[in-house]
Write a protein that binds this ligand. Structure first.
Ligand code: AMP
Length: 184
């Protein structure tokens, strides 16, 4: 199964993706996690990405797309994946479409995790990641509204809305129910 996970920062996408990945048997590919791993290892990509991440801004698409392409070409992603954090702009969505069409495959759906802004700010402040201070949170929500939210229209009928307010298990149940209703 090939899925994209959408939702504002702090919607719990990463947590849900980890559980879904286990249940569906496909890798969880998080661009944020890939960047953080590169930062941790001090790679040139990590060094370049860090200044954008620390500011709550998007890492340039060229850099991000190259990293995603390499990851999608790894053997474990051949039969499916959960993409968490990519695409984040309509331009990135077109790049993804091109990458997948080169492989002769397409997305099965786009899960859109819906949650109010006051809930996401609360969740982000609680998780305490390095880029989770109030100022970057505000910047990231602005970036989400302007650059990422238009993807909901872009994906149109492929969007599967999931109410992301509630306990982790509850939200996961909703996602699993929605996925079991997908045509195979
Ligand atoms: P996340 O873990 O998804 O919240 O991502 C953390 C940070 O990584 C974001 O605030 C961006 O700076 C960067 N990032 C993650 N995914 C992307 C992407 N698809 N395009 C550009 N920047 C990204």
């Amino acid at each position: 199964m090939r899925l994209v996970l959408l939702g504002p920062p702090g919607a719990g996408k990463g947590t849900q993706a980890a559980i879904l990945s286990e249940k569906l048997g496909v890798p969880h590919i998080s661009t944020g996690d890939l960047f953080r791993a590169n930062i941790g290892e001090g790679t040139p990509l990590g060094v370049e990405a860090k200044e954008y991440i620390d500011a709550g801004r998007l890492v340039p698409t060229e850099l991000t797309a190259r990293m995603v392409e390499a990851r999608l070409n790894e053997p474990d992603a051949a039969e499916g994946f959960l993409l968490d954090g990519f695409p984040r702009t309509v331009e990135q969505a077109s790049i993804l479409e091109d990458l997948l069409s080169k492989q002769g495959v397409s997305l099965d759906g786009v899960l859109n995790f819906q949650v109010d802004e006051d809930v996401v700010v609360e969740r982000m402040l609680a998780r305490g990641r390095e880029d989770d201070n109030e100022e970057t949170i505000r910047t990231r929500l602005g970036v989400y509204r302007e650059e990422t939210a238009p993807l909901i229209d872009h994906y149109g009928d492929a969007i599967i809305n999931i109410d992301a307010v509630g306990e982790v298990d509850e939200v996961n149940g909703r996602a699993m129910d929605a996925l079991s209703a997908l045509p195979r």
